[in-house]
Design a protein around this ligand. Structure first.
Ligand SMILES: NC(=O)c1ccc[n+]([C@@H]2O[C@H](COP(=O)([O-])OP(=O)(O)OC[C@H]3O[C@@H](n4cnc5c(N)ncnc54)[C@H](OP(=O)(O)O)[C@@H]3O)[C@@H](O)[C@H]2O)c1
Length: 286
């Protein structure tokens, strides 16, 4: 049995779909979700849905009973994730899980980004648990930008504090393909994969978006505190706005840049290009 946490989230849904497309039977998948009401599509596919919250150790222990391989998708509640992820790992150990694939962040062991801290702690907890594991250190999602295209195309501006830093982003579906490859065929030994696509700067993203949309789109760079204020003015909670601004400072340092070809190797086909992703997002917003 393969359990997928966060199975009602963007990446989790794609991972479950990809597992099915690759030939894993629905009866071999357990979707671990915190709200069964959001998982009706999974139920209708014949997938067992078990409710568990990362904050509730007992629910996790029940949810992981009989699980052999765990695709552990990191939680989205930044700041809460060390106790939450500790619960997941303890539950995996109690349930006798044989292999854990954890979605971490690029360069988790050297990155100075705020977001990287909880991932590194989680990686170390998994190492200490003694469970056979793989760390899938995901770079940025291209969707972090393309999902904002409704506003981008109206305002003509991509704002940020990333200067000319390079971002090795890829689409969520490419990351999903990689993590599914690893969960279906775990590496013989514990492994760490640095996953990212072809790198671009935000100036290059703006130029490409201009070319594709036929509208003038500019990258407006600003100091990180100003970027955080701007995000907060759009309704992003201040704490998260600070984290996003800090991530842009990480981009300047190269924390989200990699030359690794682990992603391409794992999925065994070319990655979705930035241009393809931009075209799709421009069409969706036209
Ligand atoms: N690489 C990147 O650019 C990037 C960007 C954003 C996030 N991430 C990380 O990658 C993960 C997956 O990305 P995503 O786009 O799929 O994010 P997402 O759509 O927000 O999915 C997060 C999933 O985690 C579940 N979750 C959150 N808190 C939980 C809790 N306390 N107990 C149980 N489940 C909980 C959510 O449940 P619900 O469905 O009930 O909400 C959701 O299914 C994120 O959680 C985050 O750690 C990476």
């Amino acid at each position: 049995m393969i359990a997928v946490t966060g199975a009602t989230g963007h990446l989790g849904k794609l991972a479950v779909e990809t597992l099915l497309n690759k030939g894993t039977k629905a009866s071999e998948i357990i979707a671990v979700v915190r709200n069964k009401g959001k998982a009706q599509d999974l139920v209708s596919k014949g997938i067992a849905v078990r409710e568990a919250d990362y904050g509730n150790a007992e629910s996790l222990t029940k949810a992981l009973q009989g699980v052999e391989k765990l695709l552990f998708i990191s939680g989205s509640e930044a700041g809460q994730r060390v106790p939450q992820h500790t619960n997941v790992i303890n539950a995996a150990k109690k349930a006798g899980v044989k292999f854990v694939a954890y979605t971490s962040i690029l360069k988790a062991d050297t990155s100075k980004m705020i977001l990287a801290k909880e991932h590194l702690v989680t990686e170390n907890l998994i190492k200490d648990s003694g469970i056979h594991h793989a760390f899938l250190r995901n770079g940025w999602y291209i969707e972090n930008y393309t999902e904002q295209f409704g506003n981008t195309l109206k305002s003509g501006v991509i704002a940020g504090a990333a200067q000319n830093g390079k971002i090795s982003a890829a689409t969520r579906s490419d990351y999903a393909a990689a993590i599914v490859a690893v969960i279906r065929n775990p590496p013989a030994k514990n492994a760490t994969y640095e996953l990212g696509g072809d790198a671009f700067t935000l100036t290059e993203l703006a130029a490409l978006t201009s070319k594709v949309s036929g509208k003038k789109i500019e990258y407006k760079d600003m100091p990180a505190p100003d970027y955080s204020k701007l995000l907060a003015s759009f309704g992003v909670p201040q704490g998260f706005a600070d984290i996003l601004a800090d991530s842009d400072e990480g981009i300047v340092r190269g924390d989200l840049y990699t030359t690794s070809d682990d992603l391409k190797k794992l999925i065994g086909r070319p990655l979705t290009s930035l241009e393809e992703a931009v075209k799709k997002a421009v069409q969706a917003n036209s």
